[in-house]
Write a protein that binds this ligand. Structure first.
Ligand code: SF4
Ligand code: SF4
Length: 304
């Protein structure tokens, strides 16, 4: 048995896996009769590096980008959060700049670069490494398949500058694949882990504040050199986010923890729990006292 991860996650793909050497017949260029038809039916799943590039191009924080230009969806049955590019009600991508085409073209997402290919990360049973393969997506509106040009998939990837994107997303694909492979043995991650997955994958500016917070330092060891790097370098922060997610999702000790941090957290939670129980008891006692205060002198007052 093997596990696969597909980007985008659902597609009318021809169910044949293709390799980097496979030649496809396809050409897309401004002026083709269907120009931008794909962007008018956009279903674009975003990766962490996609968001990093788009938010920079649009001059937004990651939170503002997500709020304005993304919609959430669930990657799997355990509620692993994903995000897609927002469209208008007719299904047109909000980044489409009329007949001029894509308004963010130099920073367009991986799915848009790969189209009409879908990227597949596949892991054979007993193998630690995921292989990247491809499938061909054929949709009626796309006339690029009728063009007279054959190209190797690897050359097409180079033409579309996919390698940079794959390099920065690869570890994230592996994380999702590992989560899928683990299946019921890992089970549904707790809600906090799912929230951390969302923040570390998509909301990098918030993740940076989290990592640089006193709360994080109280729990994890962050060398000063790394801390400085994470303050100013988005790519370093993205790599650190993947490390952090391996710890959150699979319990791998990828980031050293402060000695006794776990015990301290347990003790803090126990103290909070005890305080909550005491407060609840005091409230109940007060309610009981008030219940009888008006009739303290009557012998049969109370529950009747
Ligand atoms: S990001 Fe650009 S290429 Fe991708 S769907 Fe939107 S307009 Fe089209
Ligand atoms: S050829 Fe396909 S990918 Fe290119 S603009 Fe037309 S529909 Fe979009």
């Amino acid at each position: 048995m093997s596990e696969k991860f597909e980007l985008p996650f659902k597609n009318p793909t021809i169910p044949t896996t293709l390799t980097p050497d496979t030649r496809i017949r396809f050409h897309c260029y401004p002026g083709i009769t269907c120009f931008n038809a794909c962007c008018r039916q956009a279903d674009v799943t975003l990766t962490p590096y996609d968001i990093l590039r788009l938010k920079r191009r649009l001059g937004l924080s990651s939170s503002a980008f997500l709020e304005k230009y993304a919609v959430p969806f669930q990657i799997d049955q355990d509620g692993l959060p994903g995000v897609k590019l927002k469209t208008n009600d007719a299904g047109t991508c909000l980044q489409l700049n009329g007949d001029a085409g894509c308004g963010v073209y130099p920073d367009r997402p991986s799915v848009c670069r790969y189209y009409p290919l879908a990227l597949l990360a596949l892991r054979e049973k007993d193998s630690a490494e995921a292989k990247e393969q491809y499938t061909l997506v054929k949709e009626e509106h796309c006339q690029g398949h009728a063009e007279d040009r054959e190209i190797r998939i690897d050359d097409y990837r180079a033409e579309q500058s996919c390698e940079d994107y794959d390099e920065h997303n690869r570890e994230w694909y592996q994380l999702i694949l590992k989560k899928k492979s683990a299946g019921p043995t890992v089970g549904r991650p707790p809600q906090t882990s799912l929230q951390l997955f969302f923040m570390a994958s998509y909301d990098l500016d918030t993740f940076r504040r989290f990592v640089l917070s006193d709360n994080f330092s109280a729990n994890y060891v962050l060398a000063q050199g790394l801390r400085t790097e994470l303050e100013g370098n988005d790519i370093a922060l993205l790599r650190f986010a993947y490390r952090f997610l391996r710890q959150v999702l699979f319990g791998e000790r990828t980031i050293a923890e402060v000695a006794n941090a776990w015990e301290k957290r347990v003790e803090q939670r126990a103290a909070l729990w005890r305080a909550a129980v005491d407060a609840e008891k005091a409230l109940r006692q007060k309610a009981e006292d008030e219940k009888y205060s008006d009739c303290a002198d009557e012998p049969y007052c109370g529950d009747r």
